[in-house]
Design a binder for this molecule. Sequence first.
Ligand code: PEP
Length: 253
Amino acid sequence: MRTPLLAANWKMHKTVAEATAFTTEFLPLVAGVDDAEIVLAPPVTALAAVAGACRGSNVAAAAQNVHWEARGAFTGEVSLAMVQDAGASHVIVGHSERRHLFGEDDVAVNRKVRAVLAGGLSPIVCIGETLAEREADETAAVLDRQLDGGLAGLTADEIAAIIIAYEPVWAIGTGRTATPEQAQDAHAHIRGRLAAVAGQRAADRCRLLYGGSVKPANAAALASQPDVDGALVGGASLDPHSFAEIVGRGRPR
Ligand code: PEP
């Protein structure tokens, strides 16, 4: 039995005051939820404030990115120890915006995943194809390449413990959501690849989130698919009532 996980990715939105106001309003809305993990990923400047506000609640905090080195001359970067110190328990790794806007490749993703695991935090590893790749029938090959590269060297136990977010690039921030069937097809493929690499037991334990224009209106249909274990939500997670509704409807039952 996999515990559902609903994660909010705020990207480059919200000051400390805005993030704190969101959290104050959001926590009572989900206070009764005890059958899912709920994670908020604010910008790094608001991470300590959000993590502090969530302490003792059923909501955890995540960083949106991290560098793989422990310290050094890496202007603008933050280390795992820094986000851990700020209160993060999860780290989003390899988001498509990191890959496509900032040139992050599978080698970098793999270094980050290993750094997050070595520090005892949970990586949420994002993978997904572009529209051109889908139209060229390359979705499965792209997912395999990103899984094999991003998870290289991980043990079966580590693969069982990580979280993977399938986020088709054509669905992120576009309002165009994958159909529940498209999401299920991709998730089943991912789980099959994990089983081939790490064994069926690890594959069955690994949680697979769908991301890409998830909203209150489509969350339940996506969550009804057998291999969809929750959602990674961007735009619709910026409003506390909207994200609370997604938590309410987007839990696989
Ligand atoms: C995301 O940022 O990971 C995402 C899926 O964004 P949106 O929900 O806005 O498509």
